[in-house]
Design a binder for this molecule. Structure first.
Ligand code: AHR
Length: 500
Protein backbone atom coordinates (compact mmCIF):
# COMPACT_ATOMS: atom_id res chain seq x y z
CA UNK A 1 0.00 0.00 0.00
CA UNK A 2 1.28 3.47 -0.94
CA UNK A 3 0.85 6.27 1.57
CA UNK A 4 0.87 9.93 0.59
CA UNK A 5 0.83 12.95 2.92
CA UNK A 6 0.09 16.64 2.48
CA UNK A 7 2.08 18.03 5.38
CA UNK A 8 0.82 21.54 4.68
CA UNK A 9 -2.83 20.57 5.25
CA UNK A 10 -3.80 20.11 8.90
CA UNK A 11 -7.21 18.46 9.34
CA UNK A 12 -7.50 19.43 13.00
CA UNK A 13 -6.09 18.89 16.46
CA UNK A 14 -7.55 16.00 18.39
CA UNK A 15 -8.64 16.50 21.99
CA UNK A 16 -6.82 14.22 24.48
CA UNK A 17 -10.32 13.35 25.71
CA UNK A 18 -10.81 10.91 22.83
CA UNK A 19 -8.63 8.58 24.96
CA UNK A 20 -11.05 8.75 27.90
CA UNK A 21 -12.53 5.93 29.95
CA UNK A 22 -15.64 4.87 31.85
CA UNK A 23 -16.06 3.09 35.18
CA UNK A 24 -19.38 1.83 36.52
CA UNK A 25 -20.72 0.37 39.76
CA UNK A 26 -20.93 -3.02 38.11
CA UNK A 27 -19.36 -6.32 39.20
CA UNK A 28 -15.68 -5.68 40.16
CA UNK A 29 -15.04 -2.36 38.45
CA UNK A 30 -15.27 -0.27 41.63
CA UNK A 31 -15.47 -2.70 44.60
CA UNK A 32 -12.64 -5.22 44.27
CA UNK A 33 -11.39 -3.26 41.29
CA UNK A 34 -9.97 0.20 41.68
CA UNK A 35 -11.40 0.47 45.25
CA UNK A 36 -10.03 -2.31 47.43
CA UNK A 37 -9.64 -1.08 51.04
CA UNK A 38 -7.69 -3.46 53.26
CA UNK A 39 -5.61 -4.76 50.36
CA UNK A 40 -1.90 -4.10 51.06
CA UNK A 41 -1.71 -2.82 47.46
CA UNK A 42 -4.20 -0.04 48.28
CA UNK A 43 -3.44 3.45 49.57
CA UNK A 44 -4.83 5.34 52.55
CA UNK A 45 -8.08 5.94 50.64
CA UNK A 46 -8.53 2.30 49.70
CA UNK A 47 -7.57 2.90 46.08
CA UNK A 48 -5.31 0.34 44.36
CA UNK A 49 -1.92 1.98 43.84
CA UNK A 50 -1.06 -0.36 40.95
CA UNK A 51 -4.32 0.47 39.17
CA UNK A 52 -3.85 4.21 39.66
CA UNK A 53 -0.31 3.91 38.29
CA UNK A 54 -1.53 2.05 35.22
CA UNK A 55 -4.20 4.74 34.67
CA UNK A 56 -1.57 7.47 34.95
CA UNK A 57 0.67 5.76 32.40
CA UNK A 58 -2.06 5.98 29.74
CA UNK A 59 -2.77 9.54 30.87
CA UNK A 60 -6.51 8.96 31.42
CA UNK A 61 -7.84 12.40 30.46
CA UNK A 62 -11.44 12.00 31.59
CA UNK A 63 -13.25 9.30 33.56
CA UNK A 64 -17.03 8.93 33.29
CA UNK A 65 -18.83 7.61 36.43
CA UNK A 66 -21.01 6.10 38.11
CA UNK A 67 -22.95 4.51 35.20
CA UNK A 68 -24.24 3.21 32.85
CA UNK A 69 -27.50 1.55 33.75
CA UNK A 70 -26.54 1.72 37.43
CA UNK A 71 -27.05 5.48 37.52
CA UNK A 72 -30.72 5.42 36.45
CA UNK A 73 -31.89 4.56 39.96
CA UNK A 74 -28.88 5.90 41.90
CA UNK A 75 -29.36 8.79 44.33
CA UNK A 76 -26.08 10.59 44.85
CA UNK A 77 -27.02 11.90 48.32
CA UNK A 78 -26.87 8.28 49.63
CA UNK A 79 -23.18 8.23 48.70
CA UNK A 80 -21.83 11.27 50.54
CA UNK A 81 -21.32 12.14 54.21
CA UNK A 82 -20.90 10.03 57.31
CA UNK A 83 -24.17 8.10 56.90
CA UNK A 84 -23.86 5.69 53.92
CA UNK A 85 -27.07 3.73 53.62
CA UNK A 86 -26.91 0.61 51.44
CA UNK A 87 -29.39 0.53 48.59
CA UNK A 88 -30.61 -2.23 46.32
CA UNK A 89 -29.25 -1.49 42.84
CA UNK A 90 -32.30 -2.28 40.72
CA UNK A 91 -30.31 -2.15 37.48
CA UNK A 92 -27.81 -4.87 38.34
CA UNK A 93 -29.80 -6.45 41.18
CA UNK A 94 -27.10 -6.30 43.85
CA UNK A 95 -26.65 -4.33 47.06
CA UNK A 96 -24.71 -1.08 46.63
CA UNK A 97 -23.01 -0.20 49.92
CA UNK A 98 -22.61 3.47 48.95
CA UNK A 99 -19.15 3.31 50.53
CA UNK A 100 -17.72 4.70 47.30
CA UNK A 101 -19.47 7.91 46.34
CA UNK A 102 -18.87 11.34 44.84
CA UNK A 103 -16.05 12.41 47.16
CA UNK A 104 -14.17 9.12 46.78
CA UNK A 105 -14.57 9.37 43.00
CA UNK A 106 -13.26 12.95 42.91
CA UNK A 107 -10.30 11.92 45.07
CA UNK A 108 -9.49 9.16 42.57
CA UNK A 109 -9.69 11.59 39.65
CA UNK A 110 -7.34 14.01 41.38
CA UNK A 111 -4.84 11.23 42.05
CA UNK A 112 -4.61 10.36 38.37
CA UNK A 113 -4.93 13.98 37.24
CA UNK A 114 -8.01 13.38 35.08
CA UNK A 115 -11.21 15.32 34.51
CA UNK A 116 -14.25 13.95 36.34
CA UNK A 117 -17.31 13.40 34.17
CA UNK A 118 -20.48 12.64 36.14
CA UNK A 119 -23.47 10.94 34.54
CA UNK A 120 -26.69 11.85 36.36
CA UNK A 121 -29.84 9.89 37.14
CA UNK A 122 -32.47 10.79 34.54
CA UNK A 123 -34.31 7.52 35.19
CA UNK A 124 -35.87 7.87 38.64
CA UNK A 125 -34.13 11.20 39.27
CA UNK A 126 -35.26 14.67 38.34
CA UNK A 127 -33.90 18.07 37.36
CA UNK A 128 -33.66 19.19 40.98
CA UNK A 129 -31.62 16.16 42.13
CA UNK A 130 -29.24 16.62 39.19
CA UNK A 131 -28.74 20.31 39.86
CA UNK A 132 -28.36 19.68 43.61
CA UNK A 133 -25.41 17.43 42.64
CA UNK A 134 -23.87 20.35 40.73
CA UNK A 135 -24.41 22.53 43.82
CA UNK A 136 -22.64 19.95 46.00
CA UNK A 137 -19.68 19.73 43.65
CA UNK A 138 -19.27 23.24 42.30
CA UNK A 139 -20.63 25.99 44.56
CA UNK A 140 -18.19 27.66 46.94
CA UNK A 141 -20.42 27.62 50.04
CA UNK A 142 -23.86 28.84 49.04
CA UNK A 143 -26.79 26.68 50.01
CA UNK A 144 -27.20 23.39 51.86
CA UNK A 145 -25.34 21.13 49.43
CA UNK A 146 -22.13 23.15 49.17
CA UNK A 147 -22.22 23.47 52.97
CA UNK A 148 -22.70 19.69 53.17
CA UNK A 149 -19.58 19.16 51.04
CA UNK A 150 -17.63 21.45 53.35
CA UNK A 151 -18.95 19.62 56.41
CA UNK A 152 -17.81 16.37 54.77
CA UNK A 153 -14.27 17.69 54.75
CA UNK A 154 -14.01 19.28 51.31
CA UNK A 155 -13.78 23.07 51.79
CA UNK A 156 -12.97 23.73 48.15
CA UNK A 157 -15.43 23.01 45.31
CA UNK A 158 -14.72 19.85 43.33
CA UNK A 159 -15.11 21.87 40.09
CA UNK A 160 -16.70 19.13 37.99
CA UNK A 161 -16.91 20.61 34.51
CA UNK A 162 -18.42 17.71 32.53
CA UNK A 163 -21.90 16.39 33.25
CA UNK A 164 -24.15 14.06 31.33
CA UNK A 165 -27.94 14.08 31.67
CA UNK A 166 -28.97 10.46 31.83
CA UNK A 167 -27.76 7.18 30.39
CA UNK A 168 -29.49 5.35 27.52
CA UNK A 169 -32.92 6.52 28.67
CA UNK A 170 -34.13 5.56 25.20
CA UNK A 171 -33.73 1.84 25.95
CA UNK A 172 -36.45 -0.47 27.29
CA UNK A 173 -33.74 -1.97 29.52
CA UNK A 174 -33.06 1.34 31.27
CA UNK A 175 -34.83 2.10 34.54
CA UNK A 176 -37.00 5.19 34.02
CA UNK A 177 -36.83 4.98 30.22
CA UNK A 178 -38.43 7.94 28.42
CA UNK A 179 -40.25 8.67 25.17
CA UNK A 180 -38.56 11.12 22.79
CA UNK A 181 -41.02 13.84 23.82
CA UNK A 182 -40.51 13.19 27.54
CA UNK A 183 -36.75 13.21 26.97
CA UNK A 184 -36.78 16.56 25.23
CA UNK A 185 -38.64 18.13 28.12
CA UNK A 186 -36.69 16.51 30.96
CA UNK A 187 -33.27 17.32 29.50
CA UNK A 188 -34.29 20.91 28.92
CA UNK A 189 -35.43 21.47 32.50
CA UNK A 190 -32.42 19.61 33.91
CA UNK A 191 -29.96 21.49 31.72
CA UNK A 192 -31.58 24.80 32.63
CA UNK A 193 -31.26 24.15 36.38
CA UNK A 194 -27.72 22.76 36.10
CA UNK A 195 -26.57 25.77 34.09
CA UNK A 196 -28.29 28.07 36.60
CA UNK A 197 -26.17 26.50 39.33
CA UNK A 198 -22.94 26.62 37.29
CA UNK A 199 -22.98 28.11 33.78
CA UNK A 200 -19.38 26.93 33.33
CA UNK A 201 -20.43 23.28 33.23
CA UNK A 202 -20.41 21.48 29.88
CA UNK A 203 -23.50 19.34 29.46
CA UNK A 204 -24.20 16.24 27.45
CA UNK A 205 -27.36 14.17 27.16
CA UNK A 206 -28.01 10.56 26.27
CA UNK A 207 -28.63 10.22 22.57
CA UNK A 208 -28.80 7.68 19.82
CA UNK A 209 -28.22 7.66 16.13
CA UNK A 210 -32.02 7.51 15.94
CA UNK A 211 -33.43 10.55 14.16
CA UNK A 212 -36.65 11.05 16.16
CA UNK A 213 -34.92 10.75 19.52
CA UNK A 214 -32.15 13.16 18.60
CA UNK A 215 -34.39 15.67 16.81
CA UNK A 216 -36.58 15.94 19.93
CA UNK A 217 -33.54 16.23 22.15
CA UNK A 218 -31.79 18.85 20.03
CA UNK A 219 -34.96 20.83 19.20
CA UNK A 220 -35.82 21.14 22.88
CA UNK A 221 -32.44 21.18 24.55
CA UNK A 222 -29.86 21.91 21.86
CA UNK A 223 -29.30 25.48 23.07
CA UNK A 224 -28.20 24.17 26.50
CA UNK A 225 -26.00 21.32 25.29
CA UNK A 226 -22.28 21.27 24.55
CA UNK A 227 -22.14 17.51 23.82
CA UNK A 228 -24.33 14.73 22.57
CA UNK A 229 -23.61 11.28 24.03
CA UNK A 230 -23.63 8.19 21.86
CA UNK A 231 -22.80 4.63 22.87
CA UNK A 232 -21.85 1.63 20.79
CA UNK A 233 -20.82 -1.99 21.36
CA UNK A 234 -20.43 -4.02 18.19
CA UNK A 235 -20.33 -7.67 19.31
CA UNK A 236 -23.73 -8.37 20.97
CA UNK A 237 -22.68 -10.89 23.63
CA UNK A 238 -24.41 -9.67 26.80
CA UNK A 239 -26.80 -12.67 26.86
CA UNK A 240 -24.57 -15.36 25.31
CA UNK A 241 -20.87 -14.53 25.83
CA UNK A 242 -20.54 -16.03 22.34
CA UNK A 243 -17.56 -14.00 21.10
CA UNK A 244 -17.30 -13.21 17.38
CA UNK A 245 -14.05 -14.58 15.90
CA UNK A 246 -11.16 -12.45 14.66
CA UNK A 247 -12.34 -12.06 11.06
CA UNK A 248 -15.89 -11.20 12.15
CA UNK A 249 -14.45 -8.48 14.39
CA UNK A 250 -12.57 -7.10 11.43
CA UNK A 251 -15.83 -6.96 9.47
CA UNK A 252 -17.24 -4.87 12.29
CA UNK A 253 -14.58 -2.26 11.47
CA UNK A 254 -16.33 -1.66 8.12
CA UNK A 255 -19.09 0.12 10.04
CA UNK A 256 -17.01 1.74 12.75
CA UNK A 257 -17.80 5.32 11.77
CA UNK A 258 -21.49 4.83 10.94
CA UNK A 259 -22.85 6.41 14.15
CA UNK A 260 -20.58 9.43 13.88
CA UNK A 261 -21.60 10.02 10.27
CA UNK A 262 -25.30 9.84 11.13
CA UNK A 263 -25.07 12.19 14.10
CA UNK A 264 -22.78 14.53 12.17
CA UNK A 265 -25.38 14.83 9.41
CA UNK A 266 -28.12 15.62 11.92
CA UNK A 267 -26.04 18.23 13.76
CA UNK A 268 -25.26 19.91 10.44
CA UNK A 269 -28.91 19.77 9.35
CA UNK A 270 -29.89 21.48 12.60
CA UNK A 271 -27.07 24.00 12.40
CA UNK A 272 -25.54 22.69 15.62
CA UNK A 273 -22.33 21.18 14.25
CA UNK A 274 -20.21 24.11 15.36
CA UNK A 275 -21.74 24.17 18.85
CA UNK A 276 -22.27 20.55 19.88
CA UNK A 277 -19.59 17.86 19.79
CA UNK A 278 -19.94 14.10 20.02
CA UNK A 279 -19.05 12.38 23.29
CA UNK A 280 -18.76 8.71 22.33
CA UNK A 281 -18.88 8.04 26.05
CA UNK A 282 -19.38 4.30 26.06
CA UNK A 283 -17.74 2.12 23.44
CA UNK A 284 -16.06 -1.25 23.22
CA UNK A 285 -15.75 -3.95 20.58
CA UNK A 286 -17.84 -6.28 22.73
CA UNK A 287 -20.72 -5.87 25.16
CA UNK A 288 -20.28 -6.94 28.76
CA UNK A 289 -21.59 -10.42 29.59
CA UNK A 290 -24.48 -10.15 32.09
CA UNK A 291 -27.28 -12.50 31.09
CA UNK A 292 -30.90 -12.09 32.20
CA UNK A 293 -30.79 -8.55 33.55
CA UNK A 294 -30.39 -6.26 30.56
CA UNK A 295 -33.60 -7.57 29.13
CA UNK A 296 -37.29 -8.07 29.99
CA UNK A 297 -36.66 -11.59 31.29
CA UNK A 298 -34.92 -11.43 34.68
CA UNK A 299 -32.96 -14.37 36.03
CA UNK A 300 -34.38 -15.90 39.20
CA UNK A 301 -31.39 -17.70 40.69
CA UNK A 302 -28.03 -16.00 41.21
CA UNK A 303 -26.55 -18.76 39.03
CA UNK A 304 -28.66 -17.42 36.19
CA UNK A 305 -27.87 -13.73 36.43
CA UNK A 306 -25.08 -13.06 38.92
CA UNK A 307 -22.36 -15.72 38.78
CA UNK A 308 -22.03 -15.55 34.96
CA UNK A 309 -20.61 -12.02 35.33
CA UNK A 310 -17.39 -13.62 36.55
CA UNK A 311 -16.84 -14.93 33.01
CA UNK A 312 -15.88 -11.40 31.93
CA UNK A 313 -12.74 -12.08 33.99
CA UNK A 314 -11.45 -14.68 31.51
CA UNK A 315 -8.31 -12.89 30.28
CA UNK A 316 -7.90 -15.28 27.34
CA UNK A 317 -10.90 -13.59 25.72
CA UNK A 318 -9.04 -10.28 25.35
CA UNK A 319 -7.01 -10.89 22.22
CA UNK A 320 -5.61 -9.08 19.19
CA UNK A 321 -9.17 -8.81 17.85
CA UNK A 322 -9.90 -6.41 20.72
CA UNK A 323 -6.60 -4.56 20.20
CA UNK A 324 -6.91 -4.19 16.42
CA UNK A 325 -10.55 -3.11 16.63
CA UNK A 326 -9.71 -0.61 19.41
CA UNK A 327 -6.97 0.93 17.25
CA UNK A 328 -9.35 1.25 14.28
CA UNK A 329 -11.88 3.00 16.54
CA UNK A 330 -9.23 5.42 17.82
CA UNK A 331 -8.18 6.09 14.22
CA UNK A 332 -11.82 6.95 13.47
CA UNK A 333 -11.92 9.38 16.42
CA UNK A 334 -8.70 11.01 15.22
CA UNK A 335 -10.03 11.35 11.68
CA UNK A 336 -13.21 12.97 13.02
CA UNK A 337 -11.43 15.06 15.65
CA UNK A 338 -13.33 18.22 14.69
CA UNK A 339 -16.58 16.53 15.77
CA UNK A 340 -15.65 13.72 18.15
CA UNK A 341 -14.29 15.56 21.17
CA UNK A 342 -14.51 12.77 23.72
CA UNK A 343 -14.69 9.00 23.87
CA UNK A 344 -14.80 6.72 26.91
CA UNK A 345 -13.64 3.12 26.65
CA UNK A 346 -16.17 0.99 28.52
CA UNK A 347 -14.91 0.18 31.01
CA UNK A 348 -11.32 0.78 32.15
CA UNK A 349 -11.07 -1.69 35.06
CA UNK A 350 -12.27 -5.34 34.94
CA UNK A 351 -15.39 -6.55 33.06
CA UNK A 352 -14.20 -5.95 29.46
CA UNK A 353 -11.76 -3.27 30.53
CA UNK A 354 -8.12 -2.86 29.65
CA UNK A 355 -6.85 -3.29 33.25
CA UNK A 356 -7.67 -6.52 35.10
CA UNK A 357 -7.25 -6.73 38.86
CA UNK A 358 -6.69 -9.64 41.18
CA UNK A 359 -5.89 -9.44 44.89
CA UNK A 360 -2.15 -9.79 44.24
CA UNK A 361 -1.76 -7.45 41.28
CA UNK A 362 -2.97 -6.47 37.81
CA UNK A 363 -2.92 -7.76 34.25
CA UNK A 364 -2.64 -5.26 31.40
CA UNK A 365 -4.83 -6.67 28.65
CA UNK A 366 -4.11 -6.21 24.91
CA UNK A 367 -6.27 -3.07 24.66
CA UNK A 368 -4.26 -1.35 27.40
CA UNK A 369 -1.21 -1.34 25.14
CA UNK A 370 -3.22 0.24 22.32
CA UNK A 371 -4.00 3.18 24.60
CA UNK A 372 -0.33 3.32 25.62
CA UNK A 373 0.69 3.52 21.93
CA UNK A 374 -1.90 6.15 20.98
CA UNK A 375 -1.50 8.35 24.05
CA UNK A 376 2.28 8.21 24.35
CA UNK A 377 3.49 7.80 20.75
CA UNK A 378 0.91 9.29 18.33
CA UNK A 379 0.80 13.03 17.55
CA UNK A 380 -2.06 15.42 18.25
CA UNK A 381 -2.31 17.24 14.90
CA UNK A 382 -4.06 15.30 12.11
CA UNK A 383 -2.49 15.71 8.65
CA UNK A 384 -4.12 15.13 5.31
CA UNK A 385 -3.12 11.72 3.94
CA UNK A 386 -4.38 9.23 1.40
CA UNK A 387 -3.46 5.76 0.24
CA UNK A 388 -3.34 3.87 -3.02
CA UNK A 389 -3.47 0.14 -3.63
CA UNK A 390 -4.88 -0.65 -0.17
CA UNK A 391 -5.02 -4.46 0.05
CA UNK A 392 -8.40 -6.04 0.77
CA UNK A 393 -9.51 -9.49 1.86
CA UNK A 394 -12.89 -11.23 1.94
CA UNK A 395 -13.73 -12.07 5.55
CA UNK A 396 -16.75 -13.73 7.12
CA UNK A 397 -19.04 -11.67 9.35
CA UNK A 398 -20.62 -12.96 12.55
CA UNK A 399 -23.69 -13.91 10.45
CA UNK A 400 -21.40 -15.86 8.08
CA UNK A 401 -21.79 -13.35 5.21
CA UNK A 402 -18.69 -12.53 3.17
CA UNK A 403 -17.51 -8.92 3.33
CA UNK A 404 -14.55 -7.14 1.77
CA UNK A 405 -12.29 -5.64 4.45
CA UNK A 406 -9.60 -3.05 3.76
CA UNK A 407 -6.57 -4.50 5.52
CA UNK A 408 -4.60 -1.40 6.47
CA UNK A 409 -6.06 1.51 8.45
CA UNK A 410 -3.84 4.62 8.69
CA UNK A 411 -3.89 8.09 10.23
CA UNK A 412 -0.97 10.51 9.95
CA UNK A 413 -0.14 13.02 12.66
CA UNK A 414 2.33 15.73 13.59
CA UNK A 415 3.04 17.16 17.04
CA UNK A 416 1.92 20.63 18.10
CA UNK A 417 4.90 20.93 20.43
CA UNK A 418 7.77 19.16 18.66
CA UNK A 419 9.16 18.08 15.28
CA UNK A 420 8.40 14.86 13.51
CA UNK A 421 5.61 12.70 12.11
CA UNK A 422 3.81 9.79 13.74
CA UNK A 423 1.76 7.38 11.66
CA UNK A 424 -0.75 4.98 13.20
CA UNK A 425 -0.93 1.97 10.90
CA UNK A 426 -3.14 -1.00 11.72
CA UNK A 427 -2.73 -4.30 9.85
CA UNK A 428 -6.07 -6.12 10.16
CA UNK A 429 -4.87 -9.16 8.23
CA UNK A 430 -4.91 -12.10 10.63
CA UNK A 431 -2.32 -14.09 8.66
CA UNK A 432 -0.13 -11.96 6.35
CA UNK A 433 2.29 -9.08 6.75
CA UNK A 434 1.34 -5.94 4.84
CA UNK A 435 3.78 -3.45 3.37
CA UNK A 436 3.40 0.31 3.68
CA UNK A 437 5.31 2.44 1.18
CA UNK A 438 6.03 5.94 2.53
CA UNK A 439 5.70 7.92 -0.71
CA UNK A 440 6.35 11.44 0.57
CA UNK A 441 9.17 13.77 1.60
CA UNK A 442 10.42 13.66 5.20
CA UNK A 443 13.67 13.28 7.02
CA UNK A 444 15.15 11.86 10.19
CA UNK A 445 15.34 8.49 11.87
CA UNK A 446 12.47 6.05 11.47
CA UNK A 447 11.30 3.94 14.42
CA UNK A 448 8.35 1.61 14.81
CA UNK A 449 6.52 0.96 18.10
CA UNK A 450 4.02 -1.88 17.83
CA UNK A 451 2.05 -4.76 19.31
CA UNK A 452 1.21 -7.88 17.33
CA UNK A 453 1.28 -11.01 19.50
CA UNK A 454 2.20 -14.33 17.92
CA UNK A 455 -1.37 -15.02 16.75
CA UNK A 456 -4.78 -13.41 16.55
CA UNK A 457 -5.58 -15.20 19.83
CA UNK A 458 -2.60 -13.76 21.76
CA UNK A 459 -3.52 -12.47 25.21
CA UNK A 460 -2.02 -11.44 28.54
CA UNK A 461 -2.69 -13.07 31.90
CA UNK A 462 -0.94 -13.79 35.19
CA UNK A 463 2.51 -15.07 34.22
CA UNK A 464 1.74 -14.65 30.51
CA UNK A 465 2.67 -11.60 28.42
CA UNK A 466 1.96 -12.41 24.76
CA UNK A 467 1.17 -8.78 23.95
CA UNK A 468 3.78 -6.16 24.79
CA UNK A 469 4.91 -3.02 22.98
CA UNK A 470 8.05 -3.65 20.93
CA UNK A 471 10.36 -1.03 19.46
CA UNK A 472 12.58 -1.18 16.38
CA UNK A 473 14.89 1.37 14.72
CA UNK A 474 14.50 1.29 10.92
CA UNK A 475 17.29 3.66 9.85
CA UNK A 476 17.10 7.05 8.15
CA UNK A 477 13.95 7.99 6.26
CA UNK A 478 14.08 7.52 2.47
CA UNK A 479 11.14 8.53 0.22
CA UNK A 480 9.38 5.36 -0.88
CA UNK A 481 10.80 3.27 1.93
CA UNK A 482 8.79 0.15 2.71
CA UNK A 483 7.59 -0.59 6.22
CA UNK A 484 6.54 -4.15 6.92
CA UNK A 485 3.54 -4.46 9.25
CA UNK A 486 3.18 -7.75 11.16
CA UNK A 487 -0.14 -9.59 10.88
CA UNK A 488 -2.82 -8.43 13.36
CA UNK A 489 -0.65 -5.52 14.49
CA UNK A 490 -1.06 -1.99 15.77
CA UNK A 491 1.90 0.21 14.79
CA UNK A 492 3.01 3.76 15.47
CA UNK A 493 5.73 4.77 13.02
CA UNK A 494 7.91 7.70 14.04
CA UNK A 495 9.75 9.80 11.45
CA UNK A 496 12.19 12.37 12.77
CA UNK A 497 10.36 12.66 16.06
CA UNK A 498 12.19 14.95 18.40
CA UNK A 499 13.10 13.34 21.71
CA UNK A 500 12.09 15.96 24.31
O1 AHR B 1 -23.29 -3.58 29.62
C1 AHR B 1 -23.13 -2.42 30.37
C2 AHR B 1 -24.19 -1.44 30.00
O2 AHR B 1 -24.19 -1.19 28.61
C3 AHR B 1 -24.06 -0.05 30.61
O3 AHR B 1 -24.39 0.00 31.99
C4 AHR B 1 -25.06 0.69 29.76
O4 AHR B 1 -24.82 2.06 29.70
C5 AHR B 1 -24.95 0.00 28.40
O5 AHR B 1 -26.20 -0.42 27.97
Amino acid sequence: MKLYINKKRELGQRSPMIYGHFIEHFHRQIYGGVYDPGNPLSDEDGLRIDVLEAMRKIKVPILRWPGGCFVSSYHWKDGVGSERNPMFDKAWRVEESNEFGTDEYIKMCRKINCEPYICTNAGTGNAEEMSDWVEYCNLESEGRYAKWRIANGYPKPHKVKYWSIGNENYGFWEIGAKSPEEWGRLTTEAAKMMKHVDPCTELSAAALTDLEWNVNLLKNCGEFLDWISIHEYWDPIHETNDLADYDACMVYTNHIDESVRKVSGLLQAMGLDGKIKIAFDEWNLRQWYHPKVHTVEQGVTKEEYLSPRGRNDDNSSYTMADAVFTACFLNMCNRNCNLVGMAAFAPIVNTRGCIFTLKEGIVLRSTYHVFDLYVNYLGDVLLDSWAEECPVKMMESVSKEKAEVELVDVVVTAFRDKKGLAIAAVNKDGCEKQSLSLDFEADGPVEIHYISGDSTEAYNDVGREDVQIKHEALGEFRPGMQISLWPHSVNIIWIGVEQV
